[in-house]
Design a protein around this ligand. Structure first.
Ligand code: KMH
Ligand code: ZN
Length: 310
């Protein structure tokens, strides 16, 4: 019998962590490209990408910053590129969609509800910051509302899903987000198979307990039956334990420095690839096979790497 295939997504840099927190967090164009390629080489079928300002590592939605690394990635790997539409807590959904419109990747993230989304407690861990913007950015996240209204979701679905043929990584940070997704499915905004990322441990979302993973999974089974594929992202210290639980339960996994800077308790990861290699060992140790990018394309019904514009 063929082994079950598990998709590893790697989220390379994100918009939560800042350069002070880890020297491994990539923000220069060439470092994002290099780490993405190494992560793909280590076994990631999907690369979830945000951009940074290459000068100071601040979060960027500038399509030119994305275009700095996307062609390099495309030339050197067959991995699926997934561009975030959630990369800023302070700008409009139109700005958040601009990089995806320029690059028309195979996948984009879409965030399935509005919420508090905070990482301000991280500010207490650092006294000296590498760049001026970092401390205020981290501290002020206690005042952010991550806006993803039904109108915003419909706009992303119609424009990126409809016009550009992009499939989504549906970011669900709580059980209610699954019901939002179910409502949108019934409105005809998304077509099966959908790919749900269950997210645990973001301050503002559901906590990283196994009970919650089981609850999310059972709820999704009830709402979506065989119409969905699922993956798990545990933030911070929950990353590897929840990835192991997800793989054990038959799901897919997401790792990467966007979600956790650590490789084990108290020890910073040296790269994204190190986390991918570790989770790959867990997946293979459980007797599963790591999905190739083409496996992922088939499992998620993606449009194909020849239909992107970068
Ligand atoms: N940062 C993660 C918790 C997005 O980019 O749209 C969720 C995420 C959101 O990756
Ligand atoms: Zn992201």
């Amino acid at each position: 019998m063929a082994k079950k295939k598990v998709i590893i997504t790697c989220a390379i840099t994100g918009a939560i962590h800042t350069p002070t927190m880890s020297d491994a967090l990539p923000y220069r164009t060439e470092d994002i490209a290099r780490q993405a390629l190494d992560a793909a080489e280590a076994g990631a079928a999907i690369l979830h990408l945000h951009a940074r300002n290459p000068e100071d590592g601040s979060v960027s939605l500038d399509p030119d910053h994305f275009m700095g690394f996307l062609p390099t990635i495309k030339q050197a790997t067959n991995a699926v590129v997934n561009i975030s539409t959630g990369g800023s807590l302070v700008t409009t959904i139109d700005d958040r969609m601009k990089p995806a419109k320029r690059a028309s990747p195979e996948m984009c993230s879409i965030n399935m509800g509005s919420m508090n989304f905070s990482f301000h407690p991280l500010a207490d861990r650092y006294d000296d910051w590498k760049f001026d913007w970092e401390e205020e950015y981290v501290k002020n996240s206690d005042s952010f509302i991550f806006r993803n209204t039904f109108a915003d979701i419909a706009k992303v679905a119609n424009e990126l899903g409809g016009d550009y043929g992009i499939k989504f990584e549906h970011e669900c940070y709580d059980v209610g987000h699954l019901y939002n997704l179910d409502f949108c499915m019934k409105q005809g905004l998304f077509k099966a198979p959908i790919f749900i990322q269950f997210i645990f441990g973001i301050l503002g979302g559901i906590g990283p307990e196994i009970d919650n993973l089981i609850f999310m999974k059972r709820t999704a089974d009830r709402l979506f039956g065989d119409q969905y594929q699922w993956s798990v992202l545990g933030a911070g210290g929950a990353q590897m334990p929840l990835a192991a639980a997800a793989a054990t339960m038959g799901g897919n996994v997401r790792v990467g420095l966007e979600d956790s800077l650590f490789i084990e308790r108290g020890k910073l990861a040296t790269s994204n690839a190190e986390q991918v290699a570790k989770v790959r060992g867990i997946v293979e140790g459980l007797g599963y096979e790591v999905a190739t990018p083409d496996d992922a394309r088939e499992m998620l019904a993606l449009k194909g790497g020849d239909k992107v514009t970068f």
